[in-house]
Design a protein. Sequence first.
Length: 351
Amino acid sequence: MNSATLLALETSCDESAVAVLHRNGDGTGTLLASLISTQIELHRAYGGVVPEVASRNHALVLRPLVERALAESRLSARQLDAIAATAGPGLASSLLVGHSMAKTLAVAAGVPFLAINHMEGHLLSPFLPLLESSPLATNANSPAGIPPHLALIVSGGHTMLVHARAVGDYQLLGRTLDDAAGEAFDKVARLMGLPYPGGPEIEKRALEGDPTAYDFPRSIPRELDFSFSGLKTAVRYALPKAGDLPREIPNLCASFQQAVIDVLVNKALRAAHGSGCSLVTLSGGVSCNNALRSALAEACARDGLEFLACPPRFSTDNAAMIAFAGLLRFQSGYRSHFDEDIDPNLALCHP
């Protein structure tokens, strides 16, 4: 395996991110730079992401981030082996900023361009820290190498169960039929009058609440799919009956959070056993929730399964995971055409 260095840009929603990743010929690697410019404060007043505000801010900060990342890496663009960017899914106006800049940089530097699926970045992110400590596994079907596993991806817009056999070889086992888990957290937080983003606010208040105080539904739709809209509605109906709402907020948060966790853990274990996977991974922004991480880790241990969670610093949107996915793809021979466009609804895989 030849060594390679890749620059990646991530602008799928409201985070402007740039990373530079180097992989050695022996399979180990080093994250040379990983920068994120967050827009949370810009969107908090609106209670959610405003696409026009997000894309305008990407355009303002992305070039300085690229220049800083290259300076921290002590590299010029012409010393890179490839440049990658998120092509989807995400907000079209945001995706265009990073995708267009990455293609421009690749043309100017005379290096290949790689369009990367945002969800593949999340799926592979649990293995990113291993790159710096030991070579990833290799096999004949996947020169880049990842072990087969069952991936639970839980983010603001997606909740997915994926059987990952190798890099690029994925089977969708289950997905959300309505609200994703992260979206449900944000909407329920808004119902309770909590600040945006809702996930961390609910987790914080749940620490002081009783998860059994409210018997919220555990919706179990088709086999391995997810549905959280009914749970959101149950919370809405519970609020007027809660009495002293300020005192009941911790109980409501704890009970809601536990209902989400129960469904995620139950279905992840069923999917792992059904697909014959001995390793379960957890990634996506909602994977920062410590209660979810602990519950899934304990459940896997009881069932004799290995468990690997993405570190919190790589769980929310970031360019390091896009660089990692891009580098694994690049070293497997993948290249994108410069006329390829973004796809806000880009699918990771199919059932």
